[in-house]
Design a protein around this ligand. Structure first.
Ligand code: NAD
Ligand code: UDP
Length: 427
């Protein structure tokens, strides 16, 4: 029924069904985007990721997902570009002229397998009209402790994707981050300076704000810096070679399926982003940890609001190409400490359990994240460009988005946590 209703873009033109290559489709944002595309559009998704747990319900149309039948295909691939690539590209001539491969040579077998992975990604991009790249290491606990993996993942691994899009004239929607802005200008002023209250000193504008990072030993910024350089490269491909691109800068998108709960569906020692850290603490009835007092400020947007913005970009290329878009909710600002307080209240409501007497504890960033951590002080997105180009505005309040998200967390994890806490520690 859905395909028969003509979908119109913002200029009133019918939208043709398209094939989208989505890299990182099995992650938090990817899973919501796949769900939206299956439920509300006739488009086809070639979903690339190393994991598919978060989109299983779409891949297996048994569960009443009739509408997605045949329109989503999962390709389990690691797009990682590593030191073998140069050799492989040089060897790639040999693939056609010297086949079959010498199968006793495990080096070239590995090389062959790796070459196939790269070719597979190229194929996915070639079959599709547009490519969306979400793949990244994007949890702060990794930026200062695994800086090499972070830089490789966010810059080096994205290079072939940009190149294949440029060479094959495929449109690219690339996911960057609000973290490319780094710290606010105001953060360098004395604490009580009146200019700190002026929007020019803290509101982050795509086409005007500078990118302000800490020193090199503050390895926190390895992520922001890698993302900034890939943005510049994509922009340059647009300017010099005509690549059609859109860059998205998410500002703390949160909701169901974000990250993992340590010890339940992820490593017990793992440190996810703040929503999952605090959810884990609430589920286990332990105090929420405030890093350096929880004074940093964030604006949180509900994943379902943010996905509406991405769908507008997908379906309105003429309005989105060549643009960098902030996507966030400037009305949902809170310090991390306030976030902890609101989550504590909301969780008490959805679980029916009374809040802890001591709901939070302070922890130093060095203890929590290790050497080289640093933080963004404040993140208010300017919404002028996305508003003008796509008419998008976020809708959901912080309380409401935490209400639906913590309802999901409670329903999904409370029982598993109870069971794991009841087991002896040795298991
Ligand atoms: P996520 O970690 O849930 O999703 C990323 C996905 O990419 C994962 O499923 C992962 O398996 C996959 N991936 C990583 N490396 C890969 C590889 N080499 N080959 C194949 N797949 C690979 O994170 P997310 O929150 O969905 O973020 C998606 C994108 O948005 C990232 O680029 C991130 O930097 C950006 N972003 C998100 C937020 C946010 O608020 N959630 C904020 C800023 C930026
Ligand atoms: N944070 C915290 N306690 C936690 C996890 C995170 O106080 O258990 C803080 C972190 O120091 C940062 C903010 O919460 O100031 C947001 O962290 P997140 O991991 O979500 O990513 P970011 O917004 O920094 O990219």
């Amino acid at each position: 029924a859905m395909a028969s209703v003509a979908r119109l873009d913002l200029d009133g033109n019918p939208i043709e069904p398209m094939t989208i290559c989505m890299i990182g489709a099995g992650g938090f944002i990817g899973s919501h985007l796949c769900e939206k595309l299956m439920a509300e559009t006739p488009h086809t998704v070639l979903a690339v990721d190393v994991y598919c747990d978060k989109i299983k319900h779409l891949l297996d149309p048994e569960e009443g997902q009739e509408a997605s039948r045949g329109r989503i295909q999962f390709h389990r691939l690691n797009i990682k570009h590593d030191s073998r690539l140069e050799g492989l590209i040089k060897m790639s001539d040999l693939v056609s002229s010297l086949a079959p491969w010498n199968r006793s040579d495990s080096g070239s077998l590995l090389a062959f397998a790796f070459f196939n992975v790269i070719m597979c990604v190229v194929e996915q991009i070639l079959f599709s009209l547009q490519t969306i790249n979400l793949a990244a290491i994007c949890t702060p606990a990794d930026y200062n402790t695994r800086p090499l993996d972070t830089i490789y993942s966010n810059f080096i691994d994205a290079l072939p994707v940009v190149r294949y899009c440029s060479e094959n004239s495929k449109r690219l929607i690339h996911f960057s981050t609000c973290e490319v802005y780094g710290k606010t200008i105001g953060s360098f002023l004395p604490k009580d300076h009146p200019l700190r209250k002026e929007p020019e000193f803290f509101v982050l504008k795509e086409d005007a704000s500078p990118c302000i990072f800490g020193s090199i030993e503050k390895q926190r910024w390895s992520y922001a810096c890698a993302k900034q350089l890939i943005e510049r490269l994509i922009y340059a491909e647009g300017a010099e070679n005509g690549l059609e691109f859109t860059i998205v800068r998410p500002f703390n998108w949160i909701g169901p399926r974000m990250d993992f709960i340590p010890g339940i569906d992820g490593p017990s020692e793992g440190v996810p982003r703040v929503l999952a850290c605090f959810s884990n603490n609430l589920l286990r009835r332990e105090p929420l940890k405030l890093v350096d007092g929880g004074q940093s400020q964030r604006t949180f947007v509900y994943i379902k609001d943010a996905i509406e913005a991405v769908l507008l970009m997908i379906e309105n290329p003429a309005r989105a190409n060549g643009h960098i878009f902030n996507v966030g909710n400037p009305n949902n600002e809170a310090t991390v400490k306030q976030l902890a307080e609101i989550m504590t209240q909301v969780y008490a409501k959805v679980s029916g359990e009374p809040p802890l007497e001591v709901p939070t504890i302070d922890v130093s960033s060095r203890e929590f994240y290790g050497e080289g951590y640093d933080d963004s002080d404040k993140r208010i997105p300017d919404m002028t460009i996305i508003n003008k180009q796509l008419g998008w505005n976020p809708k959901t309040s912080l309380w409401d988005l935490l209400d639906s998200t913590l309802t999901y967390q409670h329903k999904t994890y409370a029982e598993a946590i109870r069971t794991s806490l009841a087991k002896p520690a040795a298991s």
